[in-house]
Write a protein that binds this ligand. Structure first.
Ligand code: NAD
Length: 248
């Protein structure tokens, strides 16, 4: 018996990286999953590999009609949505003085507005399911600041804030809303980043997408008394300064 038997899930950004690891784990645990992504070829290949409990649906999270169709497809194929994972995200590097306004807006659009639109569209289905769980994939950039990542950091703090408001609003419907905050994870998003990025954190390595997927599974299946709160999976990156405080 799986821990997600009978659950219908939508996972965004599921064609690769963290979202793909979640799709694999959630279907292995018995959920039926709609994989939403703009990467059609990769998404369809993964859905085919996962079998009848998975199907790909082309979804740009910033497009309202795409969301309506994804929720309708999920309901029709598997029943009302009781798990929504807002995982799709993009990154753009640039200082506040140098990043273009278009790039800033695009990052906010995908990472924050896209998740809001997903919640907004899925709420009736979550209610029809009799309750459920929304997992918003934020970041350690939703817990602290990073230089050269202002747009990304703003989007991930915004997603953490949205999580709290939605948790308050949806608790009467038995819908929990939580944020997951990964540190540096080895995915296409971080490919090519300087490995020294992780050298000073307590666990000095990149995390694996599967380790974030396990956290999301815990939030959905086990954390039944948790809502509106943060689940951190970061190798200790936000724990504090690695420099010992020397006696004066
Ligand atoms: P990734 O780039 O490997 O995967 C992101 C997926 O989102 C891709 O499949 C991409 O096609 C999809 N996507 C992008 N724009 C989209 C849109 N408009 N509509 C639908 N899908 C879209 O990245 P990842 O590392 O797997 O990241 C997944 C999530 O985890 C993101 O929200 C990211 O910000 C967050 N995160 C990643 C890390 C990390 O170190 N990798 C750390 C913290 C948080």
């Amino acid at each position: 018996m799986g821990r997600l038997d009978g659950r219908t899930a939508i996972i965004t950004g599921a064609a690769r990286g963290i979202g793909a690891a979640m799709a694999r784990l959630f279907t292995a645990e018995g959920a039926s999953v709609v994989l939403g992504d703009v990467l059609r070829e990769e998404g369809e290949a993964l859905a085919a590999e996962l079998g009848p409990a998975a199907r790909f649906h082309p979804l740009d999270v910033t497009v309202a009609d795409d969301w309506s169709a994804a929720v309708a497809v999920a309901e029709e194929a598997y029943g009302p949505v009781s798990v929504l994972v807002n995982n799709a995200g993009i990154v753009d590097f640039g200082t506040v003085g140098e990043q273009s306004p278009e790039a800033f807006r695009r990052v906010l659009d995908v990472n924050l507005y896209g998740a809001w639109l997903g919640l907004h569209t899925a709420v009736p289905s979550l209610r029809r399911a009799g309750g459920g769980v929304v997992v918003n994939v934020s970041s350690t950039a939703g817990l602290m600041g990073y230089a050269n990542l202002g747009a990304y950091t703003a989007s991930k703090w915004g997603l953490r804030g949205l999580t709290k408001s939605a948790a308050l609003e949806l608790a009467p419907d038995e819908v929990r809303v939580c944020s997951v905050h990964p540190g540096p994870i080895a995915t296409p998003m971080t490919a090519g980043l300087d490995p020294s990025l992780v050298a000073t954190q307590p666990l000095p390595r990149f995390g694996r997408p599967e380790e974030v997927a396990q956290m999301a599974l815990f939030v959905v299946a086990d954390a039944t008394y948790s809502t509106g709160c943060e689940f951190v999976v970061d190798g200790g990156a936000t724990t504090g300064s690695p420099l010992p405080v020397e006696a004066p």
